[in-house]
Write a protein that binds this ligand. Structure first.
Ligand SMILES: NC(=O)c1ccc[n+]([C@@H]2O[C@H](COP(=O)([O-])OP(=O)(O)OC[C@H]3O[C@@H](n4cnc5c(N)ncnc54)[C@H](OP(=O)(O)O)[C@@H]3O)[C@@H](O)[C@H]2O)c1
Length: 340
């Protein structure tokens, strides 16, 4: 399948490498916004047609699918244009910066009859993805609580400093926590959707709206299940923990790296199953964002070929809606009812 890549900043080149490595994918075109980034793409991928702006790429009849890795506030415009041009689309998370923009993308997707999937690649991770099967199998009993914790260095600026511009990033909750909300909803799909959210947050002096250095969010399900998402961007390195506690068993899994995109992280996965008195280690071969991108490229190719979706647009929209409600809860200092 012939693919095009739109966006060649910091994350785009990792997507390009994953696409090139995937048997069955032919990366034929790349688009960036500036001549500078376009030149980098030409040097890294001399066999690709590289353009400034995404319109030339979308006009190519041979490009069947596109991967969109541009700033959050551009997702609506570029995703709608790609769908209208008849391309299948892998759109990076967050789906968009507002629920209205997600709805516009969903309308364009329905009209187009093309495939659209959102880049929540943690679902495809050997470490984080396997949790869903364990939870659903009943090995832990009825789920009671989940904790996701991320302690990390501050976000990167992004091209033109967009991550520190509230109107372009949308909210810092749409950057990392959006992944965690997506994971939690996916793990606990069998138990329905959460119906309430409560957050506490604060930020260093001088931050704009939505730029929260510390965030704690509690999601509550009607069954009594609840999940805590805890993130600090005022830490160092990248340390990620996931705990799931059921009535009869539990999981504790963690991942640590000097940086988020390291190829040499440390990680562990332990489980204490129903009827056992001790936890045991689960073997994980590899884990990390860069490996997940490769798994995602393989999975997306398979899904587009079979006309299936990986992460549906409705699920992408839900994760955005939770992020925005979580932010509103912190700002208004109250619990918010979720209507997902
Ligand atoms: N799933 C994940 O784990 C993950 C990880 C990282 C990032 N992301 C997401 O990926 C997206 C990009 O993040 P990033 O860190 O790569 O940002 P970045 O470094 O700022 O890169 C954004 C790229 O988009 C290009 N661009 C903007 N408008 C364009 C247009 N109209 N046509 C063609 N190219 C255009 C920019 O071009 P110039 O360079 O020429 O300005 C830049 O190359 C964000 O939505 C982010 O949330 C997801």
């Amino acid at each position: 399948m012939k693919f095009g890549l739109i966006g060649y900043g910091l994350w785009g080149p990792h997507h390009a490498n994953a696409l090139v490595k995937t048997p069955g994918i032919d990366l034929v075109a790349i688009a960036a916004a500036s001549e500078n980034s376009a030149q980098r793409a030409r040097k890294d991928h001399p066999n690709c047609a590289v353009s400034v702006g995404y319109r030339d790429l979308l006009a190519r009849g041979d490009v069947q699918a596109v991967v969109i890795v541009t700033q959050n506030h551009t997702h609506r415009e570029i995703a709608c244009a790609a769908l209208e041009a008849g391309k299948d689309v892998l759109l990076e998370k967050p789906m968009s910066t507002t629920v209205a923009d997600c709805d516009a993308i969903i309308a364009a997707w329905r009209k187009s009859g093309r495939m659209l999937t959102i880049g929540h690649e943690f679902r495809l991770s050997e470490q984080w993805g396997r949790i869903k099967g364990i939870v659903e199998s009943g090995t832990l009993g009825e789920p009671m609580h989940a904790l996701v914790s991320l302690f990390r260095f501050p976000y990167r600026q992004g091209s033109g400093g967009w991550r520190y511009a509230p109107e372009r990033v949308g909210s810092w909750i749409l950057e990392e926590p959006v992944h965690f909300f997506d994971q939690l909803l996916w793990y606990f799909e069998k138990w329905g959707l959460p119906d309430r959210v409560r957050s506490f947050a604060n930020a260093k002096p001088g931050r704009g709206p939505g730029m929260l250095d510390n965030l704690t969010t509690v999601l509550r399900w009607p069954s009594g299940l609840y999940a805590t998402v805890n993130q600090t961007l005022a830490g160092f390195e990248h340390h990620h923990v996931m705990e799931i506690v059921g009535r009869e068993g539990s999981i504790r899994s963690w991942w640590s790296g000097a940086m988020d995109r390291t190829l040499h992280p440390t990680f562990e996965f332990k489980i204490q199953k129903k009827g056992e008195t001790q936890a045991s280690l689960v073997k994980i071969e590899r884990s990390g964002e860069l490996f997940e991108l490769e798994d995602q490229a393989r999975r997306v190719l398979e899904a587009f070929t079979k006309r299936q979706t990986v992460v549906s647009p409705e699920e992408g929209r839900r994760a955005v809606a939770i992020c925005l409600a979580a932010e509103r809860s912190a700002v208004e200092d109250r619990e918010i009812e979720l209507k997902l």
